[in-house]
Design a protein around this ligand. Structure first.
Ligand SMILES: NC(=O)c1ccc[n+]([C@@H]2O[C@H](COP(=O)([O-])OP(=O)(O)OC[C@H]3O[C@@H](n4cnc5c(N)ncnc54)[C@H](O)[C@@H]3O)[C@@H](O)[C@H]2O)c1
Length: 276
């Protein structure tokens, strides 16, 4: 099949159901000619619908907890056997925060949950990359993308310990971008995505308000899951073979915008109300 990923082999972490960003990335990779292996935890495979995606497109589905080195080792070796060669690209779309889910405030974080958030949502990328390096599982010039959110670098009310995890995730991507780049020409980049309605996105209590606010503020409107998929595909492809250690904002321009005429008007109206 022809396409920008023709002849490439990839592993996609994090497709849970049809809303998942990873689900859309996987479908787009297949459309662009790649062989894809899907992976998620045992529990997610049982509770979600990723097995349907695998069945429809005849993709291998391998259980792997991204916080467990032995699972990641198994995943890479099994994927290599099934696809007939080393992996060319990896999508890390893995995140979970019990503090967010249980609506804990940031300052009253449960520290056991906090550590789990960091382990699952950030250190898992370190484990995946370290294991891949040890096993020499990613081919020369390969590409790894992890998904993040702009709360890694700015204060977003309610995003909680996930903001810390995303800051760490982006740092890990830069560090491995340098190390793996020198060693094997492997690129490591971040796609910083607009708020998108998914299970993980829904854990953020303010998501409904924020989805609308972000859509308003972004000159191009919110990026959806298909936009995220397109951005990842280009980063996986050879078209971006000299791009590494970057955060690419797939956010409709949100991160570069502070004020719109409507917000000024709204603020003026509220000011009038206050002085009346
Ligand atoms: N939805 C948004 O608004 C948004 C915005 C920016 C970035 N992101 C990021 O995109 C990524 C994908 O999230 P999503 O929004 O598609 O939600 P999602 O809930 O569909 O995906 C999160 C995935 O992480 C998996 N996961 C959790 N713990 C795991 C573990 N230990 N090992 C392996 N997998 C595990 C889940 O099973 C799930 O498939 C996350 O990193 C998320 O933070 C999401």
């Amino acid at each position: 099949m022809s396409g920008v990923l023709s002849g490439k082999r990839g592993i996609i972490f994090g497709a849970l159901d049809e809303r998942s960003l990873a689900w859309h990335v996987a479908m787009r990779c297949v459309e662009e000619g790649a062989q894809v292996v899907l992976t998620n935890t045992e529990t997610a495979i049982q509770l979600g619908t990723v097995a349907e995606l695998a069945a429809v497109h005849r993709l291998p589905l391998i259980a792997c907890d991204a916080t467990k080195i032995e699972d990641i080792e198994y995943l890479f070796s099994r994927a290599q056997a099934l696809m007939g060669g080393k992996t060319d690209f990896v999508l890390h779309a893995v995140a979970q925060s019990m503090n967010l889910r249980r609506h804990k405030t940031y300052e009253e974080a449960n520290y056991t949950y906090f550590q789990q958030t960091l382990d699952t949502s950030a250190i898992s990328l370190h484990k995946v990359l370290h294991t891949a390096m040890k096993m020499d599982a990613i081919s020369e010039g390969g590409s790894v993308v992890a998904l993040s959110y702009i709360a890694s670098e700015r204060y977003f009310y309610g995003y909680n310990d996930m903001a810390d995890a995303k800051a760490m995730l982006e740092s890990i991507a830069r560090q491995f971008g340098a190390l793996y780049g020198r060693k094997k020409g492997v690129r490591v980049n971040i796609v910083s995505q607009s708020p998108t309605p998914t299970k993980a996105g829904g854990a953020w209590k303010e998501i409904e308000f924020f989805y609308q606010y972000s859509d308003h503020l972004s000159p191009l409107g919110n990026a959806d899951a298909d936009d995220c998929a397109g951005t990842c595909v280009v980063l996986f492809s050879d078209l971006m073979r000299k791009v590494t250690m970057q955060t690419i904002y797939c956010d409709g321009g949100f991160g570069r915008t502070i004020l719109t005429p409507e917000l000024v008007e709204d603020y003026r109206e509220k000011g009038k109300e206050r002085t009346e």
